[in-house]
Design a protein around this ligand. Sequence first.
Ligand SMILES: NC(=O)c1ccc[n+]([C@@H]2O[C@H](COP(=O)([O-])OP(=O)(O)OC[C@H]3O[C@@H](n4cnc5c(N)ncnc54)[C@H](O)[C@@H]3O)[C@@H](O)[C@H]2O)c1
Length: 324
Amino acid sequence: MKKNILVTGGLGFIGSNFISKIIKMNYNIVNVDCKSYASVDPDILKFNLFNNYKFYEININNYDDINNVIKKYSFEKIIHFAAESHVDNSIEDSLIFAKTNILGTINILESYKNLESNKKLFLHVSTDEVFGSIETDRFNEISSYKPNSPYAASKASSDHFVKAYFETHNLPVIITNCTNNYGKYQHKEKFIPTIIKSLISRFKIPVYGNGKNIREWISVEDHVDALIFLINNGKIGESYCIGSGEELSNIELANKLCSIYDKITNKTNSNSLISYIKDRKGHDFRYAVDSSKINKLGWKNKYNFNDSLENTLLWYLDNKDFLT
Ligand SMILES: NC(=O)c1ccc[n+]([C@@H]2O[C@H](COP(=O)([O-])OP(=O)(O)OC[C@H]3O[C@@H](n4cnc5c(N)ncnc54)[C@H](O)[C@@H]3O)[C@@H](O)[C@H]2O)c1
């Protein structure tokens, strides 16, 4: 018999890539999403064509709404993606980040805690940004939390609540702290789609500050595989850092995308479009994680960075509407 699994934020970038994979597996999927500006059009995703998929347009900030769905299906597993996810927006206005990322998460935890049936897993999809910035070395699961942006602070807070529900109520939780993702269906506000959009329209490519800030980039396909691996193999009560080891400064990434774009389209000198802009407030210098805990458990990233980046660029070239 298929198991009931709740996915929150399954119309978002990572959530939709996750559903694309598990929809072919042995699950009845319920996706709850409020269809925020960051969500992907369900008509593009076409999950409705599968009879093991149901969608509810629900805001997780409303306890009764999310509680009704959780009670109705008695989920064995919950995979929690729904969040406000863009750092720049959190700098402009933090309130919605506190509402969705903290209160919304507590609503689900509280509802799941109150469910009497066979609860197996609440998987909280979090970020490496909760640890703050690191000059050398890498963050791991025992690194202290030191969030700097309001986004990171809201995710850090939600991580603490998840841990508290494990310690206090014995709720079966796992937390993942993943590095920056790239791939299809990422909203145009994020760095890689922004670069691609500028390349296509021949606008300036905005790069914050001196471009030297470093990020570790993982294919969304690898992230999703890691989550599926942890659903089956992760240890309850544990956190896992998920990364690829692929570190680049923002300017290196912009230059790399320019040269891939030039190669594909026979254009030249696209990197002359790169333009430095005023730095982001409180801009973290570097994020990098040590993935050895999940690697030792048996998962390792497998997508080649250059190939996946090129495939991402090709996907956006085929789906230009996604950037408008
Ligand atoms: N994108 C990354 O690089 C990255 C890296 C590590 C962790 N994460 C985490 O992964 C998760 C998913 O990130 P993403 O990039 O796919 O985000 P996204 O912004 O692309 O998607 C978020 C989805 O959540 C939905 N949502 C937002 N508020 C909601 C609410 N109140 N009720 C119901 N649904 C709501 C949106 O409609 C959207 O479909 C987030 O929790 C994020 O913190 C993201």
